[in-house]
Design a binder for this molecule. Sequence first.
Ligand code: SAH
Ligand code: SF4
Ligand code: F3S
Length: 442
Amino acid sequence: MEKPRNIYIETYGCQMNVADSEVVLGIMREAGYSRTEEATKADVIFVNTCAVRENAEQRVYGRLGDFRHLKRSNPAVVLGVLGCMAERLRKDLLEEETSVDLVVGPDEYRKLPALVDAAMQGEKGIAIRLSRVENYDDIEPLREDGISAWISIMRGCDKFCTFCVVPFTRGRERSRSLDNIVREVERLAQRGFKEVTLLGQNVNSYRDADHDFADLLARCAAADRSMRVRFTTSHPQDMSIKLIETIAAHENICKYIHLPVQSGSDRILELMNRTYTADEYLRLVDRIKRTIPGVSLSTDIIAGFPTESDADHRKTIELIQAVEYDGAFTFKYSPRENTKAWNMADSVPEELKIERLNEIIDVQRAISFRLNQQLIGRTVGVLVEGESKKSDQDFCGRTDTNKMVVFPRNGYQPGAYAEIWIRRANAATLFGQHEPSTAQEG
Ligand code: SAH
Ligand code: SF4
Ligand code: F3S
């Protein structure tokens, strides 16, 4: 019998999952599969899932419903659930979602080809062991040619924030080898990539023998000076002075730090096990701003953690105003089984969570708007990504501070660097052109 060959994969959750899907495709390619963008043409369908909040899981259940229908017309197709939901729900997923053939956690992807083979013979499979060493260091991820690439530099998380399921779905922290990561950057540069983003739940605790994350960042930046180097996520606790100075010292390390704070209240930060106070966080931000002029900062914030009072919420608002973030990702607290916070009553009513969340969003939007207005009349360096979403007459790209810029195509090519003069701005996007308009220049 001829071996079925097409694989379709859909990815939810964080960038680590996006990078993992490329690893999965790399493993499946070695086993003779090729990628299809159409689920209806696939012999194997994988859903790489996220479990970080209830609504993330609900979306996946919705998609599994769609694939159940698809399997009715094509019962031979193998449906696999990968990633964090697989790790969290384990055999419950196989029992409750009868159309699912495979449940495979983030550290077991090497087994996928064998598990798929078995599933094609009608044998359901589950592989959910977490590993202390697996980091897929030797796997070449399958990446389409492009401008920007993700590089996973470490896996897992040891921080155990009390709200967070990640340490349970991803297991213990472990880093890839520095030399292999640098070689990967070099290969990507040779293929024409112009930007890499180094990924980990907490990149600041990266370690390979005597080398820390600052060393890795410096080596990646030196590998190709025409390549931009980004990284995410940084935990405030491990953000060293050496790291801040390394970012400042290299032109091609982007001046953008995603530094999740979660709350501005010391009482809530303590309950969350975040290991810093609001004051310590603000001092760190101050140090970053002084060392890296023009740096842009973003954050994650959770509204409505158990016992959060109006006074706690006000402190979060005050911290946002004190830092002046360029952007923020904001979430309603969502209780997750097995976490420490699961045992605390989910005491903030839904309406109040929404009200607080909306206030945070409004305050942040006003700050983003104000900071972006300050760029009007200035020229910014942009890495051209491609057509803008709204018009094929325009290109879009990002500044090294991670701001989206839209501008006329004007003969640029994706992957080129452009100097763009900013004409107007809203809270999310800068709009510019090639030359300053003389009328406004004054
Ligand atoms: N490792 C990263 C973030 C991982 S999850 C870090 O530490 O910053 C991304 C964000 O989701 C978190 O920063 C947090 O703001 C949010 N989050 C995680 N668990 C959550 C939960 N149970 N409810 C609501 N938001 C949550
Ligand atoms: Fe979750 Fe905290 Fe680890 Fe981030 S640092 S992944 S929020 S436990
Ligand atoms: Fe989600 Fe897992 Fe990432 S829970 S946020 S996909 S690490």
